[in-house]
Design a protein around this ligand. Structure first.
Ligand code: PLP
Length: 396
């Protein structure tokens, strides 16, 4: 007796989580050390020690009525928002104030807040394949229509000619995710400038507002000194969604924020609508304790060298086996070309070797599989002989 709309959502329910559950099942049979689960983007680096210290300090020294109480404003604590705005200004030369920041329940919460704020039924949201599959569900939550730009399988940079063609008078938002899940690609400054020029021109042509939503849970995970452009500097109608899930290894704590700059058209109206959406979506705002934790840990970083070592070892190991893959510049994923056209079949074959991979079709890009390398180094090293056997079977 469930809603029609939910039936579709259940049918398409996440293959990633299904694979993760399969991993747990296999671990019970074969022992966890013999299962190589590359399915889920759950960080294997512990949160910095400073996070633990901050929690202990806050719990020991704060008034529990406040600390465990409802946040005093839907958008979060003023001092926390100011701390974040100042930190962004220092890092990126922006000029945000606390009022431009809305604390959210992770990036997922932030995306739902902004899509609820912006979308009318049948409004279009553009995403570049391959993309985080939940964008489709989040858009559908508000009766929007996700419009897909097909992948450029050479570079995995956005296909700008197709982008330009697919923007219509109904286009309300464009979501970009760089560093990208699932490819690890970082969009170059040149790409961003070209995207911005296209969107400016289309806003003028249609007399509409087109919002660029930059989904940035992997901003801090960039290797080899690669620059990740801060998008508000290139296009006025840019809204940033950030998360501490990966940058401080806090995915279970559900904490992130939105940035809605003054340059956004009618920014005060957008800010006040997003403030209300944050409450009425049912999360009832970002958790108080975690807001205060991230403010105390504003300059803390995850151990990037851990992921970098995994990246190099797995990437080089897979190439040696004969697999094809673009070298990721960021995030903690490898997007590997399936040796057979049906990548779901390839995932099933890999499972015989206790290698758990996610089919690219979960990211609107069939013919590829995603490996999340946010696992222990031992898992990477011990998986390589299995990949070798798999490559042999696949005649790579
Ligand atoms: N966006 C992308 C691209 C992601 O990969 C994820 C999580 O993996 C999210 C959003 C959701 O992140 P959060 O845990 O902050 O809600």
């Amino acid at each position: 007796m469930i809603a029609e709309k939910m039936k579709g959502m259940v049918a398409n329910s996440s293959a990633i989580r299904a694979m993760f559950e399969e991993g747990n099942r296999l671990a019970e049979i074969y022992g966890a050390e013999n299962v190589f689960d590359f399915s889920l983007g759950n960080p294997n680096v512990p949160a910095p020690e400073a996070v633990k210290k901050a929690i202990i300090e806050l719990v020991s020294e704060s008034d529990p009525i406040v600390l465990h109480g409802y946040t005093n404003s839907n958008s979060g604590y003023a001092d926390v928002r100011e701390t974040i705005a100042n930190s962004l200004n220092e890092r990126f030369g922006t000029s945000f104030e606390g009022k431009n920041i809305i604390m959210t329940v992770g990036a997922a919460g932030g995306l739902n807040v902004i899509l609820k704020t912006l979308l009318n039924p049948r409004d279009e949201v553009i995403a570049f394949a391959p993309y985080f599959g939940e964008y489709r569900s989040y858009t559908n939550n508000f009766d929007g229509v996700l419009v897909e730009i097909s992948p450029d399988k050479e570079t995995f940079q956005p296909k700008l000619d197709e982008f330009e063609q697919k923007i219509t008078a109904k286009t309300k938002a464009v979501i970009v995710n760089t560093p990208n899940n699932p490819t690890g690609v970082v969009y170059s400054e040149d790409t961003i400038k070209k995207m911005a020029a296209i969107m400016e021109a289309k806003q003028k042509e249609f007399g509409t507002e087109i919002y660029l939503i930059s989904d940035e849970p992997y901003r801090e995970l960039a290797y080899d000194g690669v620059e990740v452009p801060y998008l508000t500097k290139y296009y006025d109608n840019t809204i940033v969604g950030y998360s501490y899930s990966k940058s401080l290894s806090l995915p279970g704590e559900r904490i992130g924020y939105l940035v809605i700059p003054d340059e956004v058209t009618d920014s005060e109206t957008v800010l006040s609508a997003a403030n209300v959406a944050n409450r009425i979506l049912g999360f009832v705002n970002a958790p108080t304790l975690q807001q205060k934790v991230v403010a105390k840990c504003i300059n803390e970083k995850t151990d990037l060298s851990f992921y970098d070592r995994n990246r190099e070892t797995l990437y080089n190991g897979l190439l040696e086996c004969g697999f094809e893959c673009i070298k990721p510049q960021g995030a903690f994923y490898l997007f590997v070309k399936s040796p057979i056209a049906d990548e779901k079949e390839f995932c099933s074959i890999a499972k015989k070797y206790n290698l758990l991979l996610v089919p690219g079709s979960s990211f609107a890009c069939s013919g590829y599989v995603r490996l999340a390398y946010c696992v222990s180094y031992e898992t990477i090293v011990n998986s390589l002989p299995k990949f070798k056997e798999l490559a042999k079977e696949m005649k790579c």
